[in-house]
Design a protein around this ligand. Structure first.
Ligand code: GDP
Ligand code: MG
Length: 162
């Protein structure tokens, strides 16, 4: 059995960049465009000799008319098939109302969730990311998916959660 790690979060928080970082190549979908994004895209990954599938998601559409339903449908379908969920937020923005709506849904799932504070490109943002404890998902994992900072520690935490 190959475990599944789903990557969910608002648009533009860096989910696809993080998936690229995790799979170690540049083939994940960073060119996501609203309306074009596929719902769930699986990639083979491994870390420390452990194989897993990482699922990139898109399509959270905060401007959609039925916003809550759009968020729930997208996230729940990915979460339902996952063993561990990476919930990605933008550490340079902090927690938004859309993030908090997603947290409510994630709590209803029985899945382990790791909170990823992405775009923590420097020490200041990393320190600031501690405010994300307020989301109630436990310890934020500060990462810069773009530069690689923190990604090894995050992957160690993923393996611990699998
Ligand atoms: P997605 O919509 O959540 O999949 O987000 P993308 O991976 O497409 O990234 C959205 C934008 O954020 C792109 O311009 C990325 O280059 C940028 N981005 C992603 N990760 C980081 C990061 O760690 N630091 C910074 N500064 N920018 C990032
Ligand atoms: Mg994307």
């Amino acid at each position: 059995y190959i475990p599944v790690v789903a990557v969910v979060g608002r648009p533009n928080v860096g989910k696809s960049t993080l998936v690229n970082r995790i799979i170690g190549r540049r083939q994940a979908v960073v060119e996501d465009t609203p309306g074009v994004t596929r719902d769930r895209v699986p990639y083979d990954a491994n870390w420390s000799g452990r194989q897993f599938t990482v699922v990139d998601t898109g399509g959270w559409e905060p401007d959609a008319r039925d916003r809550a339903a759009a968020i729930a449908a997208q996230a729940e379908s990915a979460v339902a098939t996952a063993d561990v969920v990476l919930f990605v937020v933008d550490a340079t923005v902090g927690a938004t109302d859309v993030d908090e709506a997603a947290v409510k849904m994630l709590r209803r799932s029985a899945k382990p969730v790791l909170l990823v504070a992405n775009k923590a490109d420097n020490n200041n943002i990393e320190l600031e990311s501690a405010t994300l404890w307020s989301l109630g998902l436990g310890q934020p994992h500060p990462v810069s998916a773009l530069h690689g900072r923190g990604s090894g520690d995050l992957l160690d935490a993923v393996l611990d959660a699998l």
